[in-house]
Ligand binder design. Sequence first.
Ligand code: SF4
Ligand code: MSK
Length: 625
Amino acid sequence: MAEKKLNIEECSIWDDAKQMLYKAQRDGVETVWDRLLQQTPHCHFGESGVCCRNCTMGPCRISKKSPLGVCGADADVIVARNFGRFVTGGAAGHSDHGRDCIEALHAVAHGETEDYQIKDEAKLLRIAAEVGIETTGREVLEVAKDLADEFFENYGSTKNELSFIGRVPEVRRNLWKKLGVTPRGMDREIAEMMHRTHMGCDNDAANTMLHVARTCLADGWAGSMIATEISDILFGTPSPRKATVNLGVLKKDQVNILVHGHNPIVSEKVMEAVDDPELIALAKEKGATGINLVGLCCTGNELMMRHGIPMAGNHLMTELAIITGAAELIIVDYQCIMPSLVQVGDCYHTKMVTTADKARFTGAEHVKFEMHNGAAQARKVVRMAIERFPLRDPARVEIPEGPVDIVTGFSNEALLDALGGSLTPLIDAIKAGKVRGAVGIVGCNNPKYKHDFCNVNLAKELIKRDILVIATGCVTTAAGKAGLLVPEAISQAGPGLQEICGALGIPPVIHMGSCVDNARILQLCALLAGELGVDISDLPVAASSPEWYSEKAAAIGTYAVASGIYTHLGHPPNITGSKIVTDLALSGFDDLIGACFVIEPDPFKAAALIDERITTKRKGLGLSA
Ligand code: SF4
Ligand code: MSK
């Protein structure tokens, strides 16, 4: 059989990506695109979700010839169970990240670490008061202890109610109650999903799908929301600042360190360590002019939002950042880190360092980060990077030109500041049809798409239609590279958005953070609904993940839908083998819960579908189209 050949021009819309893919070919390095080629075509049973491995009477796969598994489960039951476990993986990822944040807050509050502090005391006190903790006349650390304990209770089953349930509009809370999907403890919903999907438990696909909604709601309104709020408390609430994106942020004459993963607990300490004068002097001794820290994926988003640290790239750029030959070290915590990075690093002089016991990679060096040693471990890792600088082969270094400017840092607090302290100007602009609606474009890259084609074109199409775009996760880098994250991008927006964003001095696409920070968007929707006295499902808003790949993205999409937000995906999850599950996702949920998924791979058609939905919602509120 003829060997399949990669068409690099079709892999990505970006010059920096294509330049590195050609270099990878010259250097004999395999990337995610090569491996996709080898894995294609994918297994039809897996793609449609009808393969079950939940017991050893199987594995079973459903076809016309054999419509039932050995136990008697049909395609609907198998697909619902598989999807349930799939989103539960994502919800577990976000919420375990959130738990790590609570442990950090707990350690700070109890004086168990000097490496971390409370950076935003005002936010700590505000959140504590919001969840019913007495704050008047109390020491900040005493309040922090109570807040950590309060948040821990979101994980078990002693409370049966999430701390942030009060943020959800009452009408939506009542709907959840009626449907029996009010989220309880985070761990409880996850454990119950694993229980339900064991052989011989929940054998009603629609019933399983309701628990899918409940588990994801716990992620959105607890796991992710807690992660975001504590990160702000410990590391500062983001405010607008400038930064730069793309592989051009790497520096030829400096020690380059890449940080990758999700939780700022590691990356914040690395950021401090690279400023250590002793380490900078050591870097100079080794022949470099300094130390350059750059981000990747969501931990990159966290550092960029709070400190303006440059962003080298999103999910599909992670291997390519190493292929520049200019990265001395990549330090990671967890999630979305391709195992291949170890092998790609081995092709150059790039060392990979892992930091979390729950995310180790064979071939990488493990430097365990704990609350009491974060600063020391970060210095150790930066020293390791510096020691590798002399090993760099200048003949193999190729850094694409030209970092692109962006503006980042739009937390809800910052957005409210930009609006002059209240949502009224935004609501007035929505009522006047100048901002016709808002869409959160969130999530990932997937090599099945031309890298960032859909992410960028959907954002462009929406702003043209006077729809404000909020970007998080890996879409951020795409929007940034396309020049959409700067105030000057209003020239690409419709007249209404041009006027409003121009007056406020904000870009038409605003960056709101990492993938856990989609909780900020949930909160913003709830605030808007509260101001208008309606449900979230009545708002002219939508969500989209055009190039998603991960279990976490599916969990985010599902909590958006269950919260009342119409959600576009570029391709369906592996559910098409069940009519019941597919119909529920694409329409049944709309009747039941006021929102559903819509699938459309073409970003231009997707923009039209989203626009249509926003128009309907505007009319429902008695507003012009
Ligand atoms: Fe097959 Fe049923 Fe076992 Fe799944 S649970 S592997 S369908 S016998
Ligand atoms: S890192 S989940 S590829 S956004 Fe959050 Fe990017 Fe998606 Fe991972």
